[in-house]
Every structure is written in structure tokens, then in C-alpha cells.
Design a protein around this ligand. Sequence first.
Ligand SMILES: Cc1cc2nc3c(=O)[nH]c(=O)nc-3n(C[C@H](O)[C@H](O)[C@H](O)COP(=O)(O)OP(=O)(O)OC[C@H]3O[C@@H](n4cnc5c(N)ncnc54)[C@H](O)[C@@H]3O)c2cc1C
Length: 727
Amino acid sequence: MNLSLSEDQTILADEFRKFFASESAMERVRAAEEKMGGFDPELWRSLGEMGALAMRIPGEDGFGLFEAGLVAFEAGRQLASGPLVEAILAARLLAQLGGPEDLIALASTGEAVVTLALHEAAVGAQIVPGGAVADAILVLSGDEVRLVREIVGKAPDNLGGQPLAPIDLSDKGEILASDGDARAAFLAGLEEWKILTAAWMAGAGLRALELAGEYAKEREQFGRAIATFQAVAHPLADMAAEMTGADLAWRWAVAEVAQGGGKAAAAAPMAFWFAAQASSQAVYRAQHTFGGYGLALEYDIQLYVRRARAAAAILGDPRDQLITAGRRLWLDETAALPETGHPGIEFGYGEAAEAFAQETREFFQRELTDEYRANAHFSYDGHDWDLNRKMGEARLLFPSWPEEFGGRGLDDLATAAALQVWEDEGVTSHSQYVSNLVGHSLIHFGSDEVKRDIVPRLAKGEIISCLGFSEPHSGSDVFAAKTRARKDGDDWIIDGQKMWTSGANLAHHAFLLARTDPDAPKHKGMTVFLVPLDDPGVEIHPVHTFQDERTNATFYENVRVPDSYRIGPVNGGLQVMGFALMIEQGGGGFVGPHRHAVESAVEWAREASRSGRKAIENPRVLERIAAAATRNTVSYLLYWRALWLKTQGTDRAAGPMSKLYGSEALLKDAVDLFELAAPDTLLRGKHGARRLEHEMRHASVTTVYGGTSEVHRSQVAEAFFGLPKSR
Ligand SMILES: Cc1cc2nc3c(=O)[nH]c(=O)nc-3n(C[C@H](O)[C@H](O)[C@H](O)COP(=O)(O)OP(=O)(O)OC[C@H]3O[C@@H](n4cnc5c(N)ncnc54)[C@H](O)[C@@H]3O)c2cc1C
């Protein structure tokens, strides 16, 4: 995995950010809209000088699609006035199809505007981006690509104040090229257009959010900044996740096409739809944050609303892209795809992690019995001691622990990649997940005794851990815990009650947060202990949940714990919890169930009939499942981003954002797909519609445990926008 830009890409993006900030400042955007039909000729010539218009012309100096996306993103941030994406692609097509040299030269320098029609000539009048100022338009007509020069387009008043024009291109223009290759080149160009326009929308949506975040910090109502109201901050946090996802999605689409991945044919329509709906929601939310001023023409935010909505609508209903994506994903429809060049960035877990995941897969395929598979359960209820020990012996449990503690010395990516395999094979990972974060904390903060006696036994799979954070009266406010620990000679005595101590009925010890200084402020008087659960003072009572999961209420009375089982400094609970929660957060536990929900829906749709044909052939069904598949892809992207930034030591909002988006998207889709396949989903089972019944119930817990969505929204609002604390 590598999600960082190369040095050259960073320079390119920085240069264009500065360029658009000065050459497409909002006064210029407004002037172009008011006086020149939304086209800025001076900007256009400068874009020519910068080489932007010629950047996709194949040849030695040609840039890849990814670099063009970086430029489109920056253009979107500043709402650059002119059909930039179309012109970049028209210049490329002209060069690819042997167009007139003089026109290519003029198009490259910005002395002429050449654009392209997004629909085939036969549709009749169509809205052509840039049509009102174009010197030439490229249009597809069957196998012919035509060049239309006598243009009588005129910009009518339009939402985005752009130089678009309705033009009838049927039977117009000279034939530039005419064969299957020409058609394929044009169609591949349209796929590029979707990706570049997605990048443009990502830039516009993110910039609109920045403006809203700044305004929320300054604007006061009821005697305080509106940013302090969660009703303002939280929806912005959701939009930050959506727009970060949209920005990742176009980047992923380039990488997926470049490497011919399994979703390559569907990647452009997926990225386009995602960016269209995300930016449309984001600009609305940004505008709403400005209250009445958001509607006043003097405020720039309304420009973003109009331009972003116009970009999303220029191709037609953005949801049509989902149907296209669905046909390409599940009905074997093929697509002409562009030559992208090497994007540099790479998604996925990376080679070392994938190799470890493969070893895990082979182990499961060898070791999992039919009986295990028949009784598999997603929660602690599926824990199998025999399997756990065998995995421990094979050092497959905790790859990111140092070798001396029974790990492999790999990074978190190996754990993450392997957990996807656990998920695929139906092996519960609850105990691995919890024991992994406890073990890491013990290695970091534990005494020599704990490192000698506990960590190796965890690594060998002989024992597992559970978490004792939540209490009956403190969940989100975890540091309000009342469970007490008082010093007694060299030991500590624990008294209190914990709630939701999942796995306590199987675990050797609880990683437990207790109050050690009742007089200190809430966050400063807490300490973490390892509390053995076989102590006679411990009682464990089962609590059964809606999603078929056993968890526990645990009671502690006079439980004696040696000081060597204290983890971290006395009253240093905040530090230890911060470390442990860094490992817990990230949302990786939800991408797998989300993917299974999509796969189950596809399985159902291939078998069930709707309106006299297979459900999978029904566009409405394809649209719904493709939307879920796209959101699932975005969940993966945000998750990979969180993992990547963690390896770079720069994880700020990334973990909470991934958890927030991944769980909320899972919940949304699990319910939607449950309804799509109803009433078959009323019955319980392991496949198709029946599995969706389970996914729907399971999804409900994912927005609660590991920190609720509200807590994560607050964290994202603070880290992403710099908004004040609202908890
Ligand atoms: C199945 C399951 C397993 C679990 N396993 C474990 C475990 O192993 N160990 C463990 O320690 N815990 C565990 N938990 C507990 C889990 O972490 C908590 O349920 C969670 O943190 C929320 O706490 P709460 O349930 O007390 O809800 P509360 O904190 O009371 O929240 C109730 C509602 O108020 C909202 N809210 C609370 N504070 C704020 C705020 N400041 N701003 C806005 N909204 C707010 C919440 O988002 C939520 O919607 C588990 C929970 C479940 C359901």
C-alpha cells in the first residue's frame, strides 16, 4: 500500500493549487459568470501556458490520468471557469485519432476551445459542456468520431452559470476516424471524463466544507460559536467522511483501471456516482451551516452549491451510473477503458501483508472442520480453543507483535489483511481483535512479570483477554467509571461492576479501567489493571443481545490484584486507554460484513425473480446493490487510509472517520438490502436473502460498540475542521 503522492505529484498539485487560488479567485469566477457566460479567456490561456490542456496528449511529456485528476481536483476547489476536463480529453482524443495538427496546437495552448459531447450524436439536441464557447466539438456517432466546427451554440441561463449549450450534433461535422478502435477510444475518453469530473467534484465539495467549518468557528449565536453545537458539527463530520471517501474513490478508480483489478470496468461509474451524491449532500450541508447568508449571492458558498450540483447533473441522472456499474460487475458487460499511466499510489494491504493473509487462508482451509463451519458464529460464541491454540503454534494470531513475544514483527497491515480472511472463512475474530490490543498494550506498558507470564500465553493461543471499560452508568463517558481500585500493601483491591464485558466467560483476564484517585479530575484519577477472572470475587452474568451475541455484566468484590498487574502508571489510565483505543479504532471490522451483505444480495438477485425476470436484470435492483457495493468500496478506502496514515504516524481524524463511515454505511446498506430482498429476508439462514436478515441485525451494533457514531462525529469534527470540543 502507498497512498502518498510522489514528490513530482506533490509539486504538481501544489503548483496548481497556487495557480487556481490566484487565477480563479472567487472575484474572477464571479466576473466570468456575470460578464462572459461562465468562461474566463485569460484563465484559459494561462491553463494553456501551464500545460494543463495538453497534459493527456500521449507522448513523452504526457501525464497520467492520476496527475490529470490532481489538476481537476484543484480546479474544482476554485470552481475554475471553463470546460477544463472536457478540453483535456478532447485534446487527447484529437491526438489519438490523428486530428488536424493546427487544431491540436491551438487546443493545447488555449487559443482554441475544443470540447466533447457526452452523448452520441443520434440523441439530437444535447447539452454540451463548453458548447457556447467551443471552436470545435468531438462527438461519437456509431463507429465514427466526428469533429464539428460550425457551432452555433449560445449559453442559455443555467444553474451553474457555465458556458454550456444545447446543440443538435446529429449528422454534423467531418469524420475524424471511423472504426471500432475510434469508438473504443472515444468511450475510454468518457470513462476518463467520469473519473476527472469525480475529482473535480471532490475538490469542490471539500472546499465547500472548509468554508463551512471556518464560518462555524466564527459565527456566534446564543452567546457561543455555532461550531460548539453538535447539530452543526456532527453533520459536517459526516460530510467530511463522505467527501474524503469521494476524493479517495477517484484515486482508487485510476489505480483499479491501471492494474486491471476486478472492478476496473465499473470503477469510473462508481467513482462518478459517489462523488456526485457526496458533493451534492456536502454543498447542501455547507450552505445550511451559513444559515440565511448561505443563500445570499454575496456569499461564495452558493457558487459551490450551483456548480457542484451542475457538475453532478451534466451527464444525466447520476444514479444511471450505478446501473452501468452493476451491469459491468454482475452481468459481464464490458467497457472500453483508458490507458491511465502508472498512478504511483497503490491501494490494498501490500505484498508482505497479503502473503501473511494467504498463509492464514491456507491454514484455515487445512484446519477448519465441517463441524466448525456448521457451528461458526460471528461473535465470541464461535470461539474454538483447539483452533486458537493451533493458530498460536503457527504464529498466526498476532503478526504485528515482535517476534520475541510470539509475533512475526510485521505491521498492522498484516493483521488487517489476515482479519479479512478470518471474516471470509467465517472464523470469529473477536478474541483476536481484543487480545491483540491488550497484548500490544501489555508489551508497551506492562511489567516484566506480565510480559513473561501473560503475553506468551496469549501468543500461543492458550488464553484470551476481554475489555472492562464500560459500566452500567458510563459508556461513552468511559472515564466516569466508578469501579474502584485501592492499594492494600503490595496489592490492589478492586470493587465495582462492569457492563458489556464481552468474552468474560472465556477470557483469562479483563483489561479493566478503575478509579484510583477519587479526588482527582475525571481523566486524571484512573488506572488500568489486568484482573484475572478466576478470582472468587468475580461474578459473570450473561447478557444476550438482539444480534445473537452473548456479552456479560461482570461484578468485582474484593478482588486482589498484584501491583505487577497494574498496566502503566498509577493514574495513567488516560495514556494507556489512548494507546489501546488507537489500535481498536479504524472500522476494519465492518468492511467484511458489508461486503458479505453485498454478496448475499447478489446471490439472492441471481436466483429470485422480479417482474417476470431475474431480479439481477432489473435496473432498480442493480442500482440498489451497486450503491451498496460502492459504499463498501469507499469503506475499504477509508479503512486503508486509516491504516496507511497510522504506518506514517499521521493518523488524526482517519481512524474515527473510518469507523464512523464504515459502520453507518453498513447499517444503511444492510437495512436497504434487507428491504430490497423482502420478504425472503424475514427468514433466518446463512446464505442469500436469509443472511441479509442477520447482517441487518448485526449492523445495528456496529454504530455503538468501539465508541458510538456520535462520539466519532465529535472526534472527526475536532480533528478535520478544528472545531471546538462538543462533548
Ligand atoms: C454487544 C456489545 C458489546 C460490547 N462489548 C464491550 C466490551 O467488550 N467492553 C466494553 O468495555 N464495552 C463494550 N461495549 C460497550 C460499548 O462500548 C458501549 O455500549 C458504548 O460505548 C456506548 O455506551 P452506552 O451503551 O453506555 O451508551 P451511552 O454512552 O449512554 O449513549 C447513549 C446514546 O447517547 C449518545 N451520547 C452519549 N454521549 C454523547 C455525547 N457527548 N454527545 C452526543 N451523543 C452522546 C450515544 O451516542 C448513544 O446514542 C459493548 C456494547 C455492546 C452493545
